[in-house]
Design a binder for this molecule. Structure first.
Ligand code: GLU
Length: 293
């Protein structure tokens, strides 16, 4: 990836400790580490543990163990998202002051039922690039009084971005710079494809999109290198960067490591887990070979 003039590149690997690392994580971590080394840049590790119910200290320890075994070194202290909820709350407050977020009261089950009912009538329901249905419009159209009343009554709620308003506020076509086969390319961002994304949950004070955007800026990341499965999500991150006045890094979404059936690896799959491979006698060099490095 090209260096940013006058700036020492900063790379990061940002795993979530909600499962064990697999070969796909190894590819991401090694690419970031080696690109940082080869460009005289920095390599940071960020623990994305906002999901307090699923992330555990044991899985976090396993991440450090696996990465050290791969021969990687990273700067310390490591940023752990669970220690920075205040930063995400500040960003959310800013968006709230801009009138771009609203409290969303529907449970997952209610959304599912609504979508199913609509689809049963033959109406297509919009879905995001990951295949999840867009959040219904009901809550977006509530008045302030009704919102206050529902919240005062103790209704559990998340906060969602009013995508239409957010796009209108930015009011220009957003793009990002993606490195494809070593060549810088401009990609048009399509945040609308995601609908009203969630920014903070009823059971977690932030969301992936919000915390990743805030942290990439907070840690002055210049190069985001991550799997292709997050390519489309970059549109949301670019929108949030614009709204919050944050700098935009360069992006490279690398190939994914697939299983024998051509599916994305999952954290529960034993045969491709780094710990399991190590215990079966593999070396770090074997892992590099297996992922084509
Ligand atoms: N925490 C995310 C994951 O484990 C990666 C975030 C990112 O690289 O932007 O999938």
């Amino acid at each position: 990836m090209p260096a940013t003039p006058g700036q020492s590149p900063v790379f990061r690997f940002a795993p979530s400790p909600n499962g064990l690392l697999h070969l796909g994580h190894a590819l991401s971590a090694i690419l970031n580490h080696d690109m940082a080394r080869d460009s005289g840049g920095r390599f940071l590790l960020r623990i994305e543990d906002i999901d307090l119910a699923r992330c555990t200290p044991e899985l976090e320890a396993a991440i450090y163990r696996d990465l050290a075994w791969l021969g990687l070194e990273w700067e310390t202290p490591v940023r752990r998202q669970s220690e920075h909820f205040a930063d995400y709350a500040t960003a959310l407050e800013r968006l709230r002051e801009m009138g771009l977020v609203y409290p969303a009261f529907m449970t997952r089950g209610e959304v599912k039922a609504r979508v199913a009912a609509s689809e049963a009538e033959g109406a297509a329901w919009p879905r995001d690039p990951d295949g999840s249905p867009h959040y219904p419009e009901d809550d977006r159209h509530r008045g302030d009084d009704e919102r206050r009343q529902l919240m005062a009554g103790g209704m559990r709620h998340a906060w969602r971005l009013d995508m239409e308003k957010a796009i209108a506020t930015v009011n220009r076509q957003l793009t990002w710079q993606e490195t494809v086969d070593g060549t810088p390319t401009i990609v048009a961002a399509d945040p609308a494809a995601w609908g009203d994304v969630i920014l903070s949950r009823s059971d977690a004070p932030s969301s992936y999109h919000l915390s990743v955007t805030v942290d990439d800026a907070e840690q002055a990341i210049t190069h985001v290198v991550r799997g292709r499965d997050l390519f489309q999500a970059t549109a949301v991150h670019r929108l949030l960067q614009e709204l919050l006045g944050l700098p935009q890094p360069l992006y490279h979404h690398h190939r994914l490591i697939l299983d024998e059936d051509g599916r994305k690896l999952s954290k529960s799959e034993k045969s491709t887990g780094l710990q399991a491979l190590r215990e079966a006698g593999a070396s770090a060099a074997d892992i590099r070979r297996r992922i084509g490095l």
